[in-house]
Design a protein around this ligand. Structure first.
Ligand code: NAD
Ligand code: AHE
Ligand code: ZN
Length: 368
């Protein structure tokens, strides 16, 4: 490929009606404050499947899906000061502008600088950088990593060390960071759902010295790796004839300090809240529930001191904190290799979704 910045033709993939198709897409050069990235590897996340299903109110088509990638900066637009061609980077669906109300608050990672246009599938100037057959193609979650090239605002790109293996650290672009970052220093925790996100909560809890880490899943095939990564015990709700919250309350002398819902099911969200200890237990919603589904519980659960909250991207500020997570991985303190089950070429992307849906894939499939 020509790596010049003058509108080179790049190959990419975009969603068209019912399945993903590989198409030749023109990826425009980066404009002011933007960078063009050569994507080297990308994972497949359930949130891609959620949007592909048509259930995401923010799904705009045709678009290029993918938001869990890693690649090299290929070219930079005017006034980009923090990135250079050749930098190894991870695209961020939650940017970090360091100046908006949210970034300045120090209370959240939910930067608002480009959130409106990102949700509309376009760059901050309101236009798209992708075209195919004369038609505009939309961006997805500001990342569109199922493409050999993509364009992002500088504020939505985390620069990482150049010796990191791209087919592993791409998973820090979403699932691993989401779980690992959400864990906090606490004693007794339970994790509902032992996919890539839940397993990463387990790793985070272990690293923060949780005394008891209980993994919950209806698929006992998930228990071996969960224990290897730090779960002290695993429970299959199907093995019990009582609601899982009752099982957990009895097992933990009144309930957990923290619970994490990593499934995306409003029933297990309720169970996770109600498994918390009276007076101080906190439940964190991480799973993305289908559009239109709503959570409920008896208000008494909150009156009696439980807290219900949620987290996106593990509360992690990407530009500041992702380089440190890459260092942890390189030092062997954060496991990622264990999550990789398949390596597929971009042309086989539909197979990656099939593996994910069938459960054949434990976690995500980097697309080399
Ligand atoms: P996954 O499908 O790999 O894992 C989910 C696990 O839940 C599976 O092991 C499954 O067997 C188990 N499960 C299903 N129903 C269950 C039930 N009733 N009780 C117990 N276990 C049950 O998914 P994942 O990749 O780990 O992602 C989990 C969720 O997190 C998804 O909804 C995804 O969209 C969401 N997500 C959220 C964020 C965020 O920033 N908040 C980021 C990434 C992913
Ligand atoms: N558009 C969806 C929202 C889905 C959602 O909650 N996304 C998470 C990341 S999931 C990654 O796999 C997120 O970052 N949310 C914060 C934000 O600002 O979008 C819907 O249902 O409307
Ligand atoms: Zn994701």
């Amino acid at each position: 490929y020509s790596l010049g910045t003058q509108g080179a033709i790049k190959y990419a993939i975009y969603y068209s009606s019912e399945f993903l198709e590989v198409e030749t897409v023109t990826v425009d050069p980066p404009k002011e404050g933007e960078v063009r990235i050569k994507i080297l590897a990308s994972g497949v996340c359930h949130t891609d499947a959620y949007t592909l299903s048509g259930a995401d109110p923010e799904g705009i088509f045709p678009c290029i899906l993918g938001h869990e990638g890693c690649g090299l900066v290929e070219s930079i637009g005017p006034n980009v000061t923090t990135l250079c061609p050749g930098d190894l980077v991870i695209p961020l669906y939650i940017p970090e502008c360091r100046s908006c109300k949210f970034c300045s608050s120090g209370k959240t990672n939910l930067c608002s600088k480009v959130r409106t246009t990102q949700g509309q599938g376009v760059m901050p100037d309101g236009t798209t950088r992708f075209r195919c057959g004369g038609q505009d193609i939309y961006h997805f979650m500001g990342c569109s990593t199922f493409s050999e090239y993509t364009v992002l605002p500088e504020i939505a790109v985390a620069k990482i060390r150049n010796d990191a293996p791209v087919d592993k650290v791409c998973l820090l672009g979403c699932g691993v960071t989401t779980g690992y970052g959400a864990a906090i220093n606490t004693a007794k925790v339970a994790i509902f759902g032992l996919g890539g996100v839940g397993l990463s909560v387990i790793q985070g809890a272990k690293q923060r010295n949780a005394s008891r880490i209980i993994g919950i899943d209806i698929d006992p095939g998930k228990f071996t790796l969960a224990k290897q990564l730090g779960a002290t015990e695993c429970i299959n709700p199907k093995d019990h004839d009582r609601p899982i919250q009752q099982v957990l309350i009895d097992l933990t002398d009144g309930g957990l300090d923290y619970t994490f819902e990593c499934i995306g099911n409003v029933q297990t969200m309720r169970a996770a809240l109600e498994s918390c200890h009276k007076g101080w237990g906190t439940s964190v919603i991480i799973g993305v529930a289908p559009s239109g589904h709503e959570i409920s519980t008896r208000p008494f659960q909150l009156v009696t001191g439980r807290t219900w909250k949620g987290a996106a991207f593990g509360g992690v500020r990407g530009r500041t904190e992702l380089p440190g997570l890459v260092d942890l991985y390189m030092a062997g303190e954060l496991k990622i290799d264990e999550y990789v089950t398949h390596r597929l070429a971009l042309n086989d992307l539909n197979k990656a979704f099939d593996y994910m849906h069938s459960g054949e894939s434990y976690f995500r499939q980097p697309i080399a």
